[in-house]
Design a protein around this ligand. Structure first.
Ligand SMILES: C[S@@+](CC[C@H](N)C(=O)[O-])C[C@H]1O[C@@H](n2cnc3c(N)ncnc32)[C@H](O)[C@@H]1O
Length: 279
C-alpha cells in the first residue's frame, strides 16, 4: 500500500522546534535558504559550511536535507573538532578559511559540494578567497551562499559604502560577466564567470551565486501570430519553417474546434480581428 505523502517541515519550523546544539541565525535568512536550498532536499547533498560554532546549524542542515546528507564544517576554533560525527556524515575540519590551501584540501577530501555556505569570519578578504578557490568545487548546479555581508559596510571589518575590496564590490562586475555573451564590443568578452554562473541573487546581508552551464541564449516560439508581420518581418521570414509546419497542424479543423470549445473568447477575438482587417 502506498504511504500518504507527508509534507516536509519548513526550515523555520525545524529551527523553531530545535532542541539540539545552539544555532544563531538572522531571521530573514530563512526564506532565502528555503528559496535556494529547497531543491536539494532528499537528494543526499554534500554541504560545506564555513563556521561551525556550537554545531547547531550542522544539525539543522541534516534535519532539513534529510537522509544521506553530508555536512563538512570548517572552523578555526579547535573545540569544534569534537562536534564531528563522521559515522553520521558530519565532518569538521579545523583551519583558517583565509588560507587557500586549507580550502583546497577540504575540496580534495570532501568535494564537490552542492552547497557552500560561508558563515565564518565574515571578513571580505576571506570571502573573496573562498569565491576564487571554491567556485569550481561546486557541483554543476551547485549554490554558493555568503551571509552576514552587513560587515561589508562596517569599518571594523574593513568595510564601507563602495569600498574597494569588499565582497559586495566584487559581485557587482559579475552582473556584466553574466551578460557577456550579449556583448557587441571587443573590449567586453565572456569570462569564466559567463560560462559557469547562471544566477546572482542579492539580499540584505546575503549574496547567492548559482552555478550552472551557461551558454548564449536561444529562443523558441509557440502559438500562432496575431498579425501578418512579426518583429517587422512577414510571417514567412520571421518564423522558422519548423514552426510554420507546426502552425499548419494547429489550423486543422479538429484543432480549431477544440480551441473554440476550450476558449470561446479566442473565437470572438479572431472574428473581431478579421472584421477590422477587412473593414
Ligand atoms: C557565526 S559563527 C557560525 C555559526 C554557525 N554556522 C551557526 O549557525 O550556528 C562563526 C564561526 O566562524 C568561525 N571562524 C571565525 N574566523 C574563522 C576563520 N578565519 N576560519 C574558519 N572559521 C572561522 C568562528 O570560530 C565561529 O565559530
Amino acid at each position: 500500500m502506498r504511504r500518504p505523502r507527508i509534507a516536509k517541515p519548513a526550515l523555520r519550523d525545524i529551527f523553531d522546534r530545535h532542541e539540539g546544539r545552539l544555532i544563531h541565525k538572522v531571521d530573514h535568512y530563512f526564506p532565502i535558504y528555503e528559496r535556494h536550498f529547497e531543491r536539494f532536499r532528499g537528494t543526499a547533498p554534500t554541504i560545506l559550511e564555513i563556521g561551525v560554532a556550537q554545531g547547531g546549524s550542522v544539525e539543522m542542515w541534516h534535519a532539513y536535507f534529510g537522509r544521506g546528507t553530508t555536512t563538512v564544517g570548517l572552523d578555526i576554533e579547535p573545540r569544534s573538532a569534537t562536534l564531528a560525527r563522521p559515522g553520521r556524515r558530519s565532518h569538521v575540519v579545523i583551519g583558517d578559511q583565509g588560507d587557500p590551501d586549507v580550502l583546497r584540501r577540504i575540496a580534495a577530501e570532501h568535494g564537490p559540494f552542492d552547497i557552500i555556505l560561508d558563515d565564518g569570519s565574515h571578513r571580505a578578504e576571506h570571502q573573496l578567497i573562498l569565491l576564487d578557490t571554491l567556485w569550481d568545487e561546486l557541483t554543476e548546479d551547485g549554490v554558493l551562499l555568503v551571509e552576514d555581508l552587513h560587515t561589508d559596510y562596517w569599518p571594523n571589518y574593513g568595510g564601507g559604502h563602495l569600498r574597494p575590496g569588499t565582497f559586495i564590490e566584487r559581485i557587482k562586475p559579475l552582473l556584466d560577466d553574466i551578460n557577456a555573451f550579449n556583448s557587441r564590443e571587443d573590449s567586453f568578452q565572456p569570462t569564466r564567470w559567463t560560462s559557469t554562473l547562471t544566477g546572482i541573487h542579492v539580499y540584505d546581508s546575503v549574496v547567492v551565486l548559482e552555478r550552472g552551464k551557461h551558454q548564449p541564449f536561444t529562443t523558441s516560439m509557440a502559438g500562432r501570430p496575431s498579425f501578418d508581420t512579426v518583429n517587422g518581418l512577414p510571417v514567412s521570414e520571421a518564423i522558422s519553417d519548423e514552426h510554420q509546419a507546426r502552425m499548419a497542424e494547429m489550423n486543422t479543423p479538429a484543432r480549431r474546434i477544440r480551441r473554440a470549445v476550450l476558449n470561446p473568447g479566442l473565437v470572438v477575438d479572431g472574428v473581431r480581428r478579421r472584421v477590422q482587417r477587412h473593414g
